[in-house]
Structure formats: C-alpha cells, structure tokens
Design a protein around this ligand. Structure first.
Ligand SMILES: *Cc1c(COP(=O)(O)O)cnc(C)c1O
Length: 220
C-alpha cells in the first residue's frame, strides 16, 4: 500500500475529534511530501536536528510537533517554528521553552509528558511530581508557553489489558489536572496517546492526539 492509502485508512478509523500526528522520523522528505499531498499537515519528529532540516526544506504550512526527548540546549533550534512540544518532562525544560519562545515572540503549545509505563526507560513526570509543580502556580506567569494537555507512552508489551490500564490512568490524570489546575481554561484539552500498535486502545480511552509512524511510513 502507498503512504496515501495507509493514511486514508487510518483517518477513516479515527473519530473526527482525534488529531493525527504523522510521525516521519527517519523517513526522507519525499515520504513526508507523499503524506502532504494526501492532505496531512501535522508531522511529528523526535530529534531536533532532523526536525530543523525537514522544516527548512518542506512547505511552510506544515505544523511540526516535537515528540521525543528534548535537551534544554536544543530548544533554541526549534523554538522559532515548532508548533507543539509533546515531551516536556521537567520544570527546567518548561522554563527553557518559555524563555526561547519569548525570544522569538511566540507562544509555544506544550504537553506535559507523564510516565505511565512501568519501564524505567520512559521519560516523564510522575503524577505527584507534576501535581506539586502545578500547585506552586509558577506556570501561570509563563506567557511563552501554553499548556494544552498531557502525553504518555504505554509499556512496550503484548498485554492489551496493561496498555488499556495505562491509557486509562493517563486519561484519569488529565481529568483531575483539568479540574484542579485548568478549570475554565479551554486550551487544556489534549491527551496525546497512541502509536501504531496501540492507537485503537488509546482512542477508546479518550485520546485526542495519536502519534503514528510505522503504520503510515513503513518500518524504520
Ligand atoms: C516513534 C514515536 C512514535 C510513533 O511510533 P510508531 O510505532 O512508529 O507509530 C510515537 N511517539 C513517540 C514519542 C515516538 O518516538
């Protein structure tokens, strides 16, 4: 199947309320353009260097989402154009994004990555750690960033029940944070969860953004 056929098939399966982030990491600009010509405008990358290279080469109406681990010293390279950062996992990173956004006279949409998987390899805030941070209220004065939601990755496992539980946990945390810290803030509305192997479960559990790579572009 061609990229455009795979995209069409996935889009047909997704509720209209769910955004599709096409994860193009490691795939060449030509593959991005094939998806672009099929109408896709939101793409996700996990390395700043690749993100910058593709941004400079490809059409300017593409919205580039940073979805991978981000070092603070790389934020300045993507701050001029990045549409959203899904992987904000610390106070230091959030403050850096805020400062670099202000330098570029922008407001950058960010999602707080929460660790829901059992693997140590996965990044993210702990539920308590994020609550403590938000309680301090500092984020409210940071006008370079807009916190639009949460992101999480499930454990890499065949156990569908486990994945379902982890996504349900993320959705619960989102709901609690919304009422505790973002009541009356309509921009806090996104739950970024679901990849090629588990987006069906994620959508069933309330995902609003799925990040799909290999099911669109093929194996990496
Ligand atoms: C690579 C990646 C994806 C997409 O993974 P696929 O299994 O190829 O769909 C989603 N989210 C993050 C954070 C990734 O790094």
């Amino acid at each position: 199947m061609h990229i455009f056929e795979k995209l069409r098939k996935i889009r047909a399966e997704l509720p209209r309320t769910v955004s599709l982030i096409a994860v193009s990491k490691t795939h060449p600009p030509k593959a991005v353009m094939e998806a672009y010509h099929a109408g896709q405008r939101i793409f996700g990358e996990n390395r700043p260097q690749e993100l910058c290279a593709k941004h400079s080469e490809l059409p300017k109406d593409i919205q580039w989402h940073m979805i991978g681990t981000l070092q603070t010293n790389k934020v300045k390279t993507i701050a001029p154009f990045v549409a959203a950062i899904h992987s904000v996992d610390s106070e230091k990173l959030l403050e850096t994004v805020h400062k670099e956004a202000l330098k570029n006279e922008r407001v950058i949409d960010v999602l707080m990555e929460i660790r829901i998987a059992e693997e140590d390899s996965k990044h993210g805030w702990s539920e308590d750690g994020l609550r403590t941070y938000l309680s301090a209220g500092k984020f409210r004065d940071m006008n370079g960033i807009r916190i639009i939601g949460v992101m999480g990755m499930a454990t890499f496992t065949r156990d569908r029940e486990k994945i379902r539980d982890e996504f349900a946990t993320l959705a619960r945390i989102f709901g609690e944070l919304k009422s505790e810290f973002f009541a009356g803030d309509p921009s806090f509305k996104e739950i970024s969860m679901g990849m090629s192997d588990d987006y069906g479960i994620a959508v069933e559990q309330g995902s609003t953004m799925v990040r799909i790579g290999s099911s669109i572009f093929g194996a990496r």
